[in-house]
Design a protein around this ligand. Sequence first.
Ligand code: DX5
Ligand code: ZN
Length: 218
Amino acid sequence: MKNRLSPSVLAADFSALAEDLRLAEEAGAESFHFDIMDGHFVPNLSYGVNVVSALRKQSKAFFDVHLMVTNPDFYFASCKEAGADRVSFHFEATPHVDRALEAIKDLQMEAGIALNPATPVAFLEEILPKCSYILLMSVNPGFGGQKFIPYTLEKVKKLRAMALSRGIELEIGIDGGVGAANLPEIVASGANFIVAGSSVFRCKKEIAKQVQSLNRLL
Ligand code: DX5
Ligand code: ZN
């Protein structure tokens, strides 16, 4: 499975999203990550699915939606309508993880589970074969620009070992605090989907350069 970079739209210039995404896509970004926050599951608001649908018309990239909301199942259908290719919701946000995964798959999208830093990967043991993807948070969700939490590397290793022992070719994402300095060890630990917000979009003049240099490290 190919390693993929997914720049996080949360860190892009909200007054020029289409332009920032175009710069990243022309430089080789094949996916974009959309952080939808509701001010309940996380202590912050971001944007809703209408941003996903507006950008869908501007981009051919794979759209990865990360729901940081309570009642995630309320939003699956609108994610599909907006043009999402994949939706992940938080394990911690619903008692009905299995049902939520099935609901996303019924809508013909890839289905993923996101885990907060403190949630053990062992909770995924039974459900793993039903997941297209697992998103391991390497910061506490809610804000861009935070510091990478080092113990999440151990979680990536454990999850990769769990998937291998079951013969599952799993896409493992890591989200938060990723940049050129820590990317090599993140990939070495077994992650193959890399979300990066501020390191890509911090400076408009450098977006293309950042995408290219992170892609080279993958
Ligand atoms: C955090 C979000 C992340 C965030 C990453 O709640 O889920 O996707 O945009 O941003 P950086 O790369 O700046 O840590
Ligand atoms: Zn995210």
